[in-house]
Design a binder for this molecule. Structure first.
Ligand code: SAM
Length: 235
């Protein structure tokens, strides 16, 4: 059998420092910015003309889960985590070839003698994700409003109410200045998606949840099943 090997063309820098809490698809947390740093061998010429496109497809490696292998059947979160379907009917990270595909917003391209950086929004990618290819999004071919989407016909629910404690509000203010990002909106957009595993959803818990975001640990609790309180951003 033929084998193929590819080298990454660049690396993502994103605010998502661990898997937990990352949106499960792109364009759900539009306020979060990310950067794609192309490897030195790719000069401005390799992206010339790409600035005319508002969105790009990124092919990437699920580098953080690749060592865990794959199984032919998986339990997608959209089916409540208790029904199995074939791996190729899902966007699971655990695949025979650990390749991911995300369409994301291309804000602008920064090219200098030291390298090329693509400024992106709406990524669902872990920090340091290796990128293997970039392709422009072609709306005439790629947008298919009549398409059927199996068990994931609708966008995920976003009806959870997110409130911030006084501590969290002042932590957000400081983080906004330190990181030059609209941290409160990013947190809001992440948490309304309810990052808990599906088997925990619908069950209130005393537990304090945490995820690593930017340079802090975001901590929150569920006041009831539809209400989250952000407790603090801990450095
Ligand atoms: N949109 C892509 C796709 O369909 O191929 C990714 C979908 S996958 C369900 C998205 C999840 O992959 C994220 O929520 C995060 O948990 C995980 N993820 C993102 N980057 C990763 C990486 N580099 N290695 C392993 N898992 C990653």
């Amino acid at each position: 059998m033929q084998t193929f090997s590819f080298n990454p063309i660049g690396t993502i820098s994103s605010c998502y420092k661990e898997k937990f809490g990352i949106p499960r698809q792109p364009n759900l947390v539009q306020s979060a910015e990310a950067q794609l740093y192309l490897n030195q061998e790719f000069s401005e010429e390799s992206v010339r003309g790409l600035d005319g496109f508002s969105h790009v497809w990124l092919s990437f490696i699920f580098h953080a889960t690749q060592a865990q292998g794959w199984k032919p059947m998986v339990r997608p979160p959209r089916l409540g985590g208790n029904k199995k379907v074939g791996v190729f009917a899902t966007r699971s990270t655990f695949r025979p070839n650990p390749l991911g595909l995300s369409v994301v917003e291309l804000e602008n391209i920064e090219a200098s003698p030291t390298g090329v950086i693509l400024h992106l929004r709406g990524c669902d990618l872990l920090d340091q994700t290796p990128i293997v290819d970039i392709k422009p999004y072609l709306s005439y071919a790629d947008a298919l409003p009549q398409a059927q989407s199996g068990f994931a016909e609708l966008a995920p629910k976003t009806d959870i109410q997110v409130e911030f404690s006084d501590q969290a509000k002042s932590d957000c203010q400081r983080a906004k200045i330190r990181l030059s990002a609209d941290i409160e909106t990013v947190i809001q957009q992440i948490l309304v998606l309810d990052p808990r595993p599906s088997y925990k959803q619908g069950k209130e818990t005393e537990r304090i949840y945490a995820m690593k975001l930017y340079d802090f640990d975001l901590k929150w609790v569920y006041l009831d099943n539809n209400k989250i309180k952000v407790l603090a951003l801990v450095l």
